[in-house]
Ligand binder design. Structure first.
Ligand code: SF4
Length: 235
């Protein structure tokens, strides 16, 4: 397989009505190349497009610098910037990317350009309108996050084998809660399920032992980027 995406050409911005380009602008905190640190695509060189803003306030949030600020960028600019990195995978993240309505158009444009596209979302907002070519990674919030009441459970029946549900676990109570969610919503039958320890809060070995003891149909994950670079922004 060709290691690089066969990216499609697009008309230059000069050929497009300016009002369309303006209407497609999004607030962006950063665009950078790194390794995908979690999910099914872990380890792949990936372009991250981090959109600004999030309506949640998880206790362990490592992206608070994306809550405010950012720069307005057009969708064609973002696609071009992603293309210039020369890798196949693009991850749209945040903040909460779906808090910006134009995120949907960005995702479709990235798919049209030939990228393998994933979306990291808190699961608090509706994912129904996300382009079907996108792999949705839904971060279900546990009680330990302080934001479990924001989970939009109507999203769960929409998930398919292309999607993933992720639980970041802070303690044993979170593990028990996630295990009950797994059973109550038959999540492992819908999509891949990832259990990950909250960095610095839950010992990875404890979580690994619990999963093995319970024979849970989930995938244990360490956040690779945290092992490599800690909380450094843009990595
Ligand atoms: S949803 Fe993500 S970006 Fe928003 S507060 Fe929670 S961890 Fe931070």
């Amino acid at each position: 397989m060709d290691p690089l995406p066969r990216l499609r050409e697009r008309p230059s911005d000069r050929e497009r009505p300016s009002e369309i380009v303006q209407a497609e602008r999004l607030k962006v905190t950063e665009v950078f190349l790194s390794l995908q640190g979690e999910s099914r695509s872990v380890g792949w060189p990936t372009v991250f497009i981090r959109l600004t803003g999030c309506p949640l306030r998880c206790r362990y949030c490592d992206s608070a610098y994306a809550f405010h600020g950012g720069e307005w960028r057009s969708i064609p600019e973002l696609v071009d910037q992603a293309r210039a990195f020369g890798v196949r995978h693009v991850c749209v993240t945040g903040g909460e990317p779906l808090a910006q309505r134009r995120c949907l158009a960005l995702l479709a444009a990235l798919c049209d350009a030939g990228f393998e596209v994933s979306l990291e979302t808190s699961g608090a907002l509706d994912v129904a309108a996300v382009d079907a070519r996108v792999s949705r990674v839904l971060d279900l919030k546990t009680p330990g996050s302080g934001e479990a009441q924001r989970n939009r459970l109507d999203n769960l029946p929409l998930l398919s084998a292309k999607d993933q549900v992720k639980f970041v676990l802070c303690d044993r109570a979170d593990y028990d809660w996630a295990r009950a969610m797994l059973a109550d919503h038959r999540l492992a039958e819908r999509c891949e399920v990832l259990f990950s320890p909250s960095f610095g809060q839950l010992a990875p070995r404890d979580l690994a032992d619990w999963i093995v003891a319970d024979r849970l149909p989930v995938r244990f994950q360490l956040q690779l980027h945290k092992q490599l670079w800690g909380d450094e922004p843009g990595r």
